[in-house]
Design a protein around this ligand. Structure first.
Ligand code: ZN
Length: 382
């Protein structure tokens, strides 16, 4: 009895395919592209010096056998007009695409073979006063070549933007501090898509590596192989809000400053070096990494007040020189969580650098409120 019914089901399916092909202009079967368009973490609206922006990832998985090339990604409104709010094509799109595990030529990144996945790192400026409540992602893909070239579009499901995010105090005092590897479309932190426990997440999406500068924008003076030569070393790391300490790690020795030098093997447990995680309420967790061994002033379960010293800046774990890696995420795990934007309630924007300690200017614009410092900003805290 089972076999005939199964055969009937197959026939019905064949009929569906036939009717879909009947609507194409040239009589060819034309189903929608076999893609999954997924946004694992809906974006929380971020507020930087240059305005609001949305940072999220669009995962594009090819469920078909034929390779597809991603030619455009658009963000469109959910109203019937399908207004285009943002569009990325050509080199802009290529810069935003990664294929997990793929290290080949950049131009190949937009080609998503059968069974493969591309991740588009979206970074969209939006009008601070008119942030879309929801939107859809629309992709344009090409398949085949020459006469058999086929271009198709596909709109994904509705994505709802998240408002809020915590308003916090400074993680450090004084300065000037450089927001190294800070919020930026292409920073290493922003793209650290790491699977832990079977789920890929970006805990460091809005992380900053705070290094302290002198007047000539260098981070140390004297012997570059000594942690004590670095201006950041030993500075107080401060609780950014009232909260409760939920994780600490101490006793990892400091690295010798310099690329590729690590005092301990890097594992999930040691990657952040000596660290503190504070539950600051609202489902947000403040993460302080690379602290100096023996400098932690708190233990799990402690209640902390905003401004309280939690430990001293150091150079432990996956770190090349003394700095404070700070981020806010939606869970305790330093890597297995999703990074969310936060707003610093008060800081002074002293200037900017074009890269780590290079091309630095000190021309303001001065006091800022309720913003996240962007990558390579030079700031001073109260
Ligand atoms: Zn970092």
């Amino acid at each position: 009895m089972i076999a005939p019914r199964y055969a009937a089901a197959r026939l019905a399916l064949a009929g569906l395919v036939a009717s879909a092909s009947a609507v194409t202009a040239r009589g060819q079967a034309q189903l929608p592209p076999p893609l999954e368009l997924r946004v694992p973490k809906a974006p929380t609206v971020a507020h930087g010096v240059d305005g609001a922006f949305l940072a999220y990832e669009l995962h594009v998985t090819n469920f078909g056998a034929q390779p597809l090339t991603l030619r455009a990604v658009e963000v469109v409104s959910t109203d019937p007009a399908h207004r285009v709010l943002y569009s990325a094509t050509d080199s802009t799109l290529l810069q935003g695409i990664a294929r997990p595990g793929f290290t080949g030529a950049a131009a190949e990144r937009s080609k998503i073979g059968g069974g493969m996945r591309g991740v588009v790192y979206m970074w969209i400026p939006v009008d601070t006063n008119r942030v879309p409540v929801s939107f859809r992602n629309r992709v344009r893909v090409e398949q085949g070549t020459g006469d058999s070239l086929r271009v198709q579009e596909l709109e994904g499901p509705v994505v709802t933007t998240v408002r809020g995010g915590p308003v916090i105090g400074p993680p450090l005092r004084g300065g000037p501090w450089l927001a190294a590897n800070g919020p930026n479309a292409r920073s290493g932190h922003r793209r650290a898509l790491i699977p832990t426990g079977g789920v890929p997440t970006i805990a460091q999406r809005f992380a900053i590596d705070w290094v302290k500068l002198n007047d000539s924008s260098t981070t140390f003076s004297g012997d570059r192989l000594k942690n004590e030569s670095y201006y950041a070393e030993g500075n107080d790391a401060l609780a950014v809000a009232d909260g409760r300490v939920v994780e600490v790690k101490d006793s990892i020795p400091e690295n010798v400053p310099g690329v590729n030098s690590r005092a301990v093997p890097i594992t999930l447990e040691t990657v952040g070096g000596n660290h503190v995680v504070i539950d600051i309420g609202g489902g947000y967790y403040a993460f302080y990494a690379h602290l100096k061994p023996g400098s932690l002033r708190v233990k799990v379960g402690d209640r902390v007040r905003r401004g309280q010293v939690v430990g001293l800046v150091g150079n432990t774990g996956n770190s090349t020189e003394p700095h404070l890696h700070f981020h806010v995420a939606d869970a305790i795990s330093p890597l297995g969580s999703e990074g969310v934007p936060y707003r610093l309630d008060r800081f002074e924007l002293v200037g900017r650098c074009t890269s780590f300690g290079a091309g630095c200017t000190r021309d303001g614009p001065g006091p800022r409120r309720n913003e996240i410092p962007m990558g390579n900003a030079v700031v001073r805290f109260p």
